[in-house]
Design a protein around this ligand. Structure first.
Ligand code: MN
Length: 283
C-alpha cells in the first residue's frame, strides 16, 4: 500500500524546535503517515529533538534536499559527497528510509549549456559513492528531475532514468514531481509508466504549487499511471505556504500560492486522498 505524506513547508519555513513540534503535530492530526523534512542545513539540525517529536506523535519522516552552492555538483564532487553523507547521518537518526530531491545539483545554477558527458559522469560517480554509503545505513537515494528554470542537469523522467543507469546502484530510485512534469513532460501517464518500478516517490504538486485540484495538472492521468504500475511508494503533497528566502529563491515563488495550511489539508489533501482511493492505491 502506498503511504501518504506532506512537505513540512506547508506549515513552517524553518526547522526550529518550535517549528518541528508544530509541523509534526499538524501532520499527525491530518492523518498523514509521514512528513517530508528538508535538510537544507544538516549541520544545524537537531535530530534527537525531531526524532523524539516524531515518536511522540506516532508518525515517520522522510528527508529531502538540494545541494547548496558550496557543495554543488558537478563543480565540487568532494564537497557534495561530504554534504550528502552528513545529511544521510541526520536522515538515519530520524528513521527516514530515504534521502531524496535534487541531490545531483544546485537549484538555480544554470551555466548556459546542456549537460555535458563529463558533467554527468562526475555527478554519477559522486552519487555512486554516496549510494554505497547510504546502503550501509539502510537508506535509499532519490533523484528528482526538476524543470529547466531550476536545473540544466535532469529535467525529464528519461534523463532521471539515464542517471539511475549511470549510478547503477540498487538503492537509487526515481522521484517524480507533477509540478515539474507539467512544465517538461508530454503528458503525465506515459512518463510514470516509463519510470515503472524505478518510481518510488512522487511529489503531488499543483501547476502553480498551490492547492492540488485547483490548477492545470491532469490528476486523473497521474493516478491512472500510478495505478497501472501498481505504485507502492510514497505519495507526498508538496506546496509551499511557509517560505524561507532559500526556498523562495530556489522555487521562484513571489506570492502566496495557497490560502493557508488548513485549507491545503482540508481541500488539497482530501482531493489527493480521494483520487488515490478511487485508483486503488491505498489498498
Ligand atoms: Mn518536488
Amino acid at each position: 500500500m502506498a503511504r501518504f505524506g506532506a512537505h513540512a513547508f506547508i506549515w513552517e519555513s524553518d526547522w526550529t524546535p518550535q517549528a518541528a513540534e508544530r509541523v509534526i503535530r499538524n501532520a499527525a492530526e491530518a492523518g498523514l503517515d509521514f512528513v517530508e523534512i528538508p535538510l537544507l542545513r544538516p549541520e544545524a539540525f537537531d535530530p534527537e529533538h525531531t526524532a523524539s517529536r516524531l515518536q511522540h506523535y506516532g508518525i515517520s519522516a522522510t528527508c529531502s534536499l538540494g545541494l547548496p552552492a558550496e557543495a554543488a555538483l558537478p563543480e565540487r564532487p568532494a564537497a557534495a559527497e561530504a554534504f550528502l553523507k552528513r545529511a544521510l547521518t541526520v536522515a538515519a537518526k530520524l528513521g527516514s528510509p530515504v534521502l531524496t530531491g535534487v541531490i545531483y545539483g544546485t537549484l538555480g545554477q544554470l551555466p548556459g549549456h546542456p549537460p555535458r558527458e563529463d558533467e554527468l559522469a562526475t555527478v554519477a560517480a559522486a552519487l555512486k559513492r554516496v549510494a554505497r554509503h547510504a546502503a550501509t545505513l539502510g537508506l535509499s537515494l532519490g533523484v528528482e528531475p526538476v524543470n529547466r528554470y531550476e536545473t540544466y542537469l535532469v529535467n525529464l523522467t528519461r534523463q532521471g532514468l539515464e542517471l539511475l543507469e549511470r549510478i547503477d546502484e540498487p538503492n537509487v530510485f526515481l522521484h517524480l514531481d507533477t509540478y515539474h512534469m507539467n512544465i517538461e513532460e508530454q503528458g503525465f501517464k506515459a512518463p510514470i509508466v516509463q519510470a515503472g518500478q524505478d518510481l518510488r516517490y512522487i511529489h503531488l504538486s499543483e501547476s502553480d504549487r498551490g492547492t492540488p485540484g485547483s490548477g492545470n495538472v491532469r490528476w486523473d492521468e497521474v493516478f491512472a499511471g500510478l495505478a497501472e504500475i501498481g505504485y507502492q511508494g510514497d505519495l507526498v503533497m508538496e506546496s509551499f505556504v511557509a517560505l524561507n528566502p532559500d526556498i523562495a529563491r530556489a522555487t521562484c515563488i513571489w506570492r502566496p500560492v495557497a490560502p493557508d495550511p488548513q485549507a491545503l489539508v482540508s481541500t488539497g489533501l482530501a482531493f489527493l486522498r480521494s483520487h488515490a482511493e478511487r485508483y486503488g492505491l491505498l489498498r
